[in-house]
Write a protein that binds this ligand. Structure first.
Ligand SMILES: *Cc1c(COP(=O)(O)O)cnc(C)c1O
Length: 471
């Protein structure tokens, strides 16, 4: 009985001759369409085996084959990595790809990635050049290296900040000891843990102090002939409050210099923009650390810098030069797309064009403007099924930067009589483009700080569709 049903299924070749499927072949090519046909047929065979597809249902299923092939094609050839609307209010959301790039970065990627580029070619000399030069000249300017005090600051770029820390530790301390405070043995999301990276770098971790209090004398007592480096790690995603103590960066610099040891600071976010201007006090910038005299700093390209994923290592020329000569650098280096995006991002800083960098623009958007947009959205989706109201809330910088730095915002709170918050968040994620919201105290919150103003309209349409589909 089932064998007969299997035999009634068409062959792939027969399917390819059907006019609707032949039209798909013209668009998507025969390989992909034949694959989709095979997937659909094998699914039908499974249904027959399971007894869910019987003789009575077979004709209808056969009629549905072309449209099943079409959806299968859409599924197989559609992108998995997609743009989403970030309505979480977390500006540097690691799971959502951190900093969105500036338009100038995209233009520069396009003009250098679709053709050949002078990535490692010196156009003046007509010979092999270095890929670092493309951003180093800009960082020399931005980090004030052309005037004193940082006359000899060099920078190299690797894949991300985790790679930067690994390269710096391996170059400066392999086989020796690195002194770190117990209060700084951090884990930054996923698998970046200072003790683990230290192990991989071949350096030996020498912990000093306690979780809440470490004094400069703790560092000094731990220094011995095996010591290669002092390390300060920025507590990017947590704070130690109450009975706590930590030596100042200046004290660490003095101690390092007294013992002729380098001081490495893993800054994490590494803002090139003075956050004090916008009321964020405790997030040290790259310049603050260099001014204090830190010898080498590591920071991310896609956190507060607002550029592509990258790890930057800036510091004393001789130390950075050693890292450039380390064979690990070859394995961790970045491609021309990253250089292009980073170069464009840094040029925006040189021009003080902060508005063109989406992350900085979002940080600086006044609450009044967000409130105005939230009210428009609320008015447009007013519906009996989905209740929407504007309410005060807070946006976060995120991405392992300034844990306590929050920005006042106005969010749109959604509640629905018949659905839980998670049940409202789900169709938002299923929308095209997907909308990622925050669920807080049984409500779905949409924080427009991280929504591009040009996305407001599509967000409104998605919400109206969801509201009208709820009975
Ligand atoms: C974010 C962060 C890292 C990891 O940086 P990635 O760019 O994600 O690799 C390491 N250290 C600190 C202090 C950080 O804040």
């Amino acid at each position: 009985m089932k064998t007969e049903l299997y035999r009634e299924l068409p062959s792939v070749d027969e399917l390819l001759r059907l006019p609707e499927i032949a039209a798909l072949v013209t668009r998507e090519g025969s390989t992909a369409v034949a694959d989709a046909c095979r997937t659909v047929l094998s699914r039908m065979r499974t249904e027959i085996t399971a007894g869910r597809l019987d003789r009575a249902k077979l004709p209808l299923a056969m009629d549905g084959i072309p449209s099943a092939v079409q959806s299968e094609l859409r599924r197989a050839l559609g992108y998995s990595l997609r743009g989403v609307i970030n309505a979480t209010g977390v500006i540097l959301h690691t799971n959502l790809g951190r900093a969105p790039l500036a338009a100038s970065a995209i233009d520069h990627i396009r003009e250098t990635a679709t053709t050949y580029a002078n990535l490692e070619f010196d156009l003046d000399m007509g010979e092999r050049g270095k890929r670092d030069v493309h951003v180093e000249r800009l960082l020399r300017k931005l980090l004030g290296a052309e005037e004193s005090p940082h006359t000899a600051v060099s920078t190299i770029v690797v894949n991300n900040n985790a790679a930067a820390v690994l390269l710096a530790l391996n170059t400066l301390a392999e086989g020796g000891e690195v002194i770190v405070s117990r209060g700084e043995l951090v884990e930054i999301g996923g698998s970046f843990r200072i003790p683990d990276v230290m192990g991989k770098s071949g350096a030996v971790l020498r912990e000093v102090g306690t979780t809440n209090r470490t004094r400069i004398t703790d560092y000094e007592k731990a220094i011995n002939e095996r010591t290669r480096l002092l390390l300060r790690v920025h507590r990017s995603n947590f704070e130690i409050k109450g009975f706590s103590e930590q030596p100042s960066l200046g004290e660490l610099v003095s101690l390092a210099e007294k013992h002729k040891l380098p001081l490495l600071e893993d800054l994490g976010s590494g803002a090139l923009f003075d956050l004090r201007q916008i009321g964020i006090q405790n997030e040290p910038g790259v310049l603050d650390s260099l001014d204090t005299g830190v010898h080498v700093i590591t920071y991310s390209g896609d956190k507060l810098l607002g550029g592509p994923q990258a790890g930057l290592i800036s510091g004393r020329e001789d130390l950075v030069k050693k890292m450039r000569g380390n064979s690990l650098f070859r394995a961790l280096r970045v491609d021309k797309l990253t250089y292009a995006a980073l170069e464009a991002t840094l040029i925006a800083y040189l021009k003080r064009d902060y508005e063109t960098l989406p992350a900085l623009r979002m940080i600086q958007t006044p609450q009044s403007e967000i409130m105005r947009r939230a009210e428009v959205l609320v008015k447009n989706i007013a519906s009996a099924n989905l209740n929407a109201e504007a309410m005060e809330s807070t946006s976060l910088l995120g991405g392992g930067s300034a844990p306590s730095a929050t920005l006042p915002t106005t969010a749109v709170a959604l509640t629905c009589y018949s659905l839980s918050a998670d049940e409202v968040a789900e169709p938002l994620r299923a929308a095209d483009p997907p909308v990622i919201a925050r669920v807080e105290e049984g409500r779905v919150l949409l924080d427009l700080r991280t929504v591009f103003p040009e996305q407001d309209e599509i967000l409104g349409r998605i919400l109206v569709r969801i509201a009208t589909s709820q009975k």
